[in-house]
Design a protein around this ligand. Structure first.
Ligand code: ADP
Ligand code: MG
Length: 695
């Protein structure tokens, strides 16, 4: 026997073939579907408001005596209006009458609005030529006890009252059948109710629900949010279990780790040492490491990664270090070279810019094990690449990599899977990190090397050019270097391009000391430029966001960002991380053209006030919602309808506990009582897959 939830929508009272078709078009096919149609708000029809107290914009129930009615033509239809006056003489000021109007009359209005009769109507109050007006009000039955009515989203072809009645009937008939992800015993144990009960109390509201509605929290809403988060957490755990499978080659930490730590020209910070300890013990296990290393710009993740590489190489493995851009790959290779040499690591570079001879030679060295650590771009992920014994993959600046690429990782080499280390400087709150990087353990470097000064950050309207140049000059006088970042290569009506800024800087500072860098230059040209900039031949480097990640020129002490409002908060923080890396005083100038949107202003302001990437990430979340972190275009598309990841941290934790208990008892959800969870997770994953493709 099919569940009552599966009954066709047309079995509900008031739903004929036409209304049924309209609902089906919106995806509501069954009684069960309709239970998940959530009210937008509630109309409180309990207390009539005297006509003279009506307020424009308010949802109100009003009573009055019909004084006069009128039908009027409107387009091809007839409209209807009635004027009501208060039953009692109004006191004080305020409206003397209420006009109710239908621009397209519905049958039966003249009978209901007989002159002299008393009526009760409800709707949103407007004012038209000084008269309080409600257009298309709901006509309530006189004398009946007023109720709190859910207001559903409008569905064309479905009348408001019909919809209410149908949902109400669906609740009465089938809410008790709505399946729960959390099995009954577990619900009883932790004291949460059934989902069906929560749905029922959302559709059949009580005064308490209405009170909670404005305060943002009612048990029923929490219950649905919890359900959603449990589903999310379950999906994550299953995915994690799947990604975790397989074996890996274990690599003993000592003596390689101590030797590597001692090879740097600096002492590792305590935070770096903690990270090294976490990594080295994971690498020593025969299950593949899957770890996310996050830490603010400049906290020294590269050094930690190199220690891990050394550990793997000492045990006979190879390591691949993936950077998001060729510029960064080259730079990593260059900065790692001295330490690698000390440790006798054979370092190679593999990017798309290699000549075919050198490319072939490098492929050969990788395949025969003649190179230990290969630094490259995503070119390293292409299918033809073979390693003799790939033991570790390090992905730097993960946020620049697409999700699809992320998934293809970790399958190269022998039958063992390589260990995986993902690094990001876009810090995110822990709860979100766990969600975003499902299946990865999390290590955070929470302190920077000593002696770093915060970068002095200011907002400057673009019209204030003199001030900008004065600051640039002062920075260069201190034997510094300046970056100038533009939102585009070529200028347009809207955007200041590298071309424009380059010309402007040359005019001001002289042709010889200004360079420009962007994605259209060849790898060789870019390398030469970076070299000139590092050794001081060039003083000013104008570029696009190719400068964003990881570029490391210690002398750089000022960065000017043109049209800073065009960049995201995380991106600006990254850019700012390019300066002051040698511990000197440094500055960041956020140039903008007025007017600035309030949101952009808040972003730039936040940047001026804080140098802490984690704090900024929280701010960013508040300003934009979590959607962007997931790589989806619009915000708010985390796929969650009831829960708010930014605000429901405590609920997320509870959901995590529940999910943990569910999968602990039944790791792949095969038990019959987990059928619902299994089906829901499958649905969820299909949805995710579609979204990732789209992203
Ligand atoms: P990020 O975490 O942003 O990738 P990097 O690894 O590029 O940071 O390191 C930033 C700079 O700090 C580099 O110039 C690096 O040599 C330096 N550095 C890293 N660790 C230390 C340390 N413990 N003490 C001093 N300088 C360090
Ligand atoms: Mg880095």
């Amino acid at each position: 026997m099919p569940s009552l939830l599966e009954h066709a929508i047309e079995t509900l009272p008031g739903i004929g073939p036409r209304t049924g078709a309209a609902l089906r078009e919106r995806g509501y096919q069954t009684v069960g579907d309709l239970l998940w149609l959530m009210p937008k708000t509630y109309d409180d029809q309990r207390h009539p408001t005297p006509i003279h107290e009506l307020q424009v914009g308010q949802y109100a129930v009003a009573e009055g005596t019909v004084r006069v009615t009128r039908r009027f033509p409107r387009g091809r239809h007839m409209g209807f209006e009635a004027r009501l006056e208060p039953d009692k003489a109004p006191e004080g000021s305020g409206y003397r009458e209420l006009k109710v109007v239908w621009f397209r009359a519905v049958p039966g209005l003249s009978q209901r609005f007989e002159v002299g009769s008393s009526v009760r109507v409800a709707g949103r109050v407007n004012e038209y030529r000084g008269v309080a007006t409600i257009a298309h009000p709901e006509v309530l039955s006189e004398g009946a006890e007023g109720a709190i009515e859910p207001r559903y989203p409008e569905i064309p072809g479905v009348r408001r009252k019909t919809l209410r009645r149908a949902v109400r009937a669906a609740v009465d008939r089938a809410a008790h059948e709505v399946p729960d992800l959390i099995p009954k015993e577990l619900r009883a144990e932790v004291g949460v109710g059934a989902v069906g009960e929560a749905l029922a109390s959302i559709h059949v509201p009580t005064p308490a629900l209405l009170a909670g509605d404005s305060g943002g929290g009612h048990p029923a809403q929490h219950r649905l949010a919890l359900e959603e988060l449990v589903l999310w957490e379950l999906a994550l755990r299953l995915r994690r279990a799947r990604e975790r499978g397989g074996t890996a080659q274990p690599f003993a930490p000592e003596p390689a780790v101590s030797a590597a730590c001692a090879a740097f020209p600096f002492e590792l910070t305590a935070a770096q040492r903690t990270a090294v300890a976490a990594l080295s013990s994971s690498l020593n296990r025969d299950e593949p490491m899957r770890r996310l290393l996050q830490g603010d710009v400049g906290c020294g993740k590269t050094a930690v990664a190199l220690v891990a590489c050394a550990q793997v190489v000492a045990g006979g493995g190879q390591a691949a270090l993936l950077a998001p851009t060729e510029l960064l790959a080259d730079q990593h290779a260059a900065t790692l070279q001295p330490t690698a040499e000390k440790l006798a690591l054979r370092l190679g570079v593999f990017t798309g810019a290699l000549s075919s001879d050198r490319r072939r030679a490098m492929l050969d060295r990788m395949a025969t094990g003649a190179v230990d650590v290969v630094v490259g771009t995503h070119a390293l992920l292409s299918g033809e690449i073979r390693f003799a014994n790939l033991g570790l993959v390090v992905v730097d600046e993960q946020h620049r990599f697409g999700v699809a690429q992320r998934l293809r990782l970790g399958t190269r080499g022998s039958s063992d899977r390589p260990h995986l280390l993902v690094m990001t400087a876009t810090p995110i709150p822990r709860s979100l990190a766990l969600v975003l990087y499902a299946g990865l353990d999390l290590t955070t470097i929470d302190a920077k090397p000593p002696g770093r000064l915060p970068v002095t950050t200011q907002m400057l309207p673009r019209k204030n050019r003199q001030k900008v140049f004065r600051q640039l000059e002062r920075a260069l006088d201190a034997d510094g270097r300046a970056y100038v970042v533009c939102p585009a290569i070529s200028s347009s009506d809207e955007l200041i391009g590298v071309d424009h800024a380059y010309a402007e800087m040359k005019e001001h500072f002289g042709t010889d000391v200004v360079g420009q860098i962007h994605g259209r230059l060849s790898g060789d040209e870019r390398r030469a430029l970076m070299r000139d900039f590092a050794d001081g031949t060039l003083k000013v480097l104008v570029g696009t966001t190719v400068l964003e990640v990881g570029v490391d020129v210690p002398a750089a002490n000022i960065i000017l960002v043109e049209q800073a409002d065009r960049f995201g908060l995380a991106q600006l923080h990254q850019l700012r991380g390019r300066v002051g890396r040698a511990g000197q005083h440094s500055g960041c100038l956020l140039s903008y053209t007025e007017p600035l949107s309030p949101e952009a202003e808040a972003r730039l302001q936040a940047l001026c006030e804080s140098d802490d990437g984690f704090r900024l990430a929280e701010t960013d979340l508040e300003l934009r919602g979590p959607g962007h972190l997931f790589g989806y275009r619009q915000s708010g598309t985390s796929g969650l309808q009831f829960a708010n990841l930014t605000k429901d941290g405590e609920l997320l934790r509870r959901a995590g506990d529940l999910a943990e208990r569910i999968v602990r008892s039944d790791p792949s959800l095969t038990a019959p009582r987990h059928a619902i969870a299994r089906a829901a997770v499958r649905r969820w994953e299909r949805f995710e897959a579609v979204r990732e493709d789209a992203g």
